[in-house]
Design a binder for this molecule. Structure first.
Ligand SMILES: Nc1ncnc2c1ncn2[C@@H]1O[C@H](COP(=O)(O)OP(=O)(O)O)[C@@H](O)[C@H]1O
Ligand SMILES: [Mg+2]
Length: 286
């Protein structure tokens, strides 16, 4: 008899991390210390945590760049420890790093995007299609004949994202992709990521230390010393302002203000992170 594992409307599991432990060769302590995490297909997950908490190490686990010492990482049913499956896994889970300059290989944008599909040995018509679609997905189609060094940081990072998209992954893992960008560049990259998630249903794992980015997630996990110490919707997480500070993280400014007004006895919920909502609450306060 057929068994329905998922209810209609519920997202399917894409990546499953179970009892994951990891340490680098020369380290005494576990850098990842018992991580359990399910990432659903189409989910927008944000990972936050202060420096050294293990975020980048976890990111590299998700596409098999690193493999667990103990425990498992499953991508769409395949274990990253299964070396026969590793190329398939790396194609399904694309990685974007902090510095776009380290990720661009060619002298012309479109050649850069074509690099991955060419290595897959695809036909030139298919490569062309993928290059155009990928550039369009990050709103960079008009720059396809530009030299990357003539682009802004945000534009370069969007080209780096397009290069990964050309491999047609199911999931994008972005490790602080906005850390080196100015506010305009940051917004353009976040807009592109949002469009990939909401428009194309792509699964996103986004690591950031900008809380204004974290509030855009479906779910946030907070890491500390190789463990997941908090997990929930942005509202769940930022309603715990004291705890967030305990983990050396910032609270969105709007939330901080709402929290302080609440502490002063105003009838304002302490977990507001939307400026319009706070203004609205203040205007109608009796
Ligand atoms: N290649 C490496 N070799 C040895 N130790 C490392 C290496 N990369 C990271 N670490 C250590 O692992 C811990 C977690 O690092 P990382 O995953 O980069 O954290 P985060 O991305 O949260 O800043 C840190 O203590 C860091 O020093
Ligand atoms: Mg890091």
């Amino acid at each position: 008899m057929a068994v329905f594992l998922y209810q209609v409307g519920e997202k399917m599991g894409l990546i499953e991390v179970q009892d994951l432990y990891y340490k680098y060769n020369d380290s005494e302590e576990w850098v990842l210390n018992g991580i359990n995490l399910d990432i659903k297909d189409g989910e927008f997950l944000v990972i936050v945590g202060h420096n050294g908490s293990g975020k980048s190490t976890l990111a590299k686990m998700l596409n098999g760049l690193l493999v667990p010492n103990q425990g498992t990482v499953d991508v769409n049913g395949d274990k990253t420890s299964d070396r026969d499956k590793i190329w398939d896994i790396r194609q399904q889970v694309g990685m974007v790093f902090q510095n776009p300059d380290n990720q661009l290989v060619a002298n012309i944008v479109e050649e850069d995007i074509a690099f991955g599909p060419e290595n897959l040995g695809l036909e030139s018509s298919e490569i062309r299609k993928r290059v155009d679609n990928s550039l369009k997905a990050v709103a960079m189609e008009e720059f396809k004949r530009y030299a990357p060094h003539n682009l802004s940081g945000g534009q370069k990072q969007r080209v780096a994202i397009a290069g990964v998209l050309a491999m047609q992954p199911k999931c994008l893992v972005l490790d602080e992709p906005t850390a080196m960008l100015d506010p305009v560049g940051r917004k353009s990259v976040m807009d592109a990521i949002q469009k990939l998630n909401k428009g194309l249903g792509m699964t996103i794992v986004h690591i950031t230390h900008f809380m204004t980015e974290a509030i855009q997630a479906d779910r946030i996990i907070v890491m500390e010393e190789g463990k997941i110490v908090l997990e929930g919707t942005p509202r769940d997480i930022f309603s715990q302002v004291d705890k967030i500070k305990e983990y050396h993280l910032d609270v969105p400014q709007v939330t901080e203000l709402a929290f302080k007004l609440h502490q002063q006895g105003l009838k304002i919920s302490p977990d507001i992170f939307d400026i319009d909502r706070l203004v609205n609450k203040l205007c109608y306060l009796k």
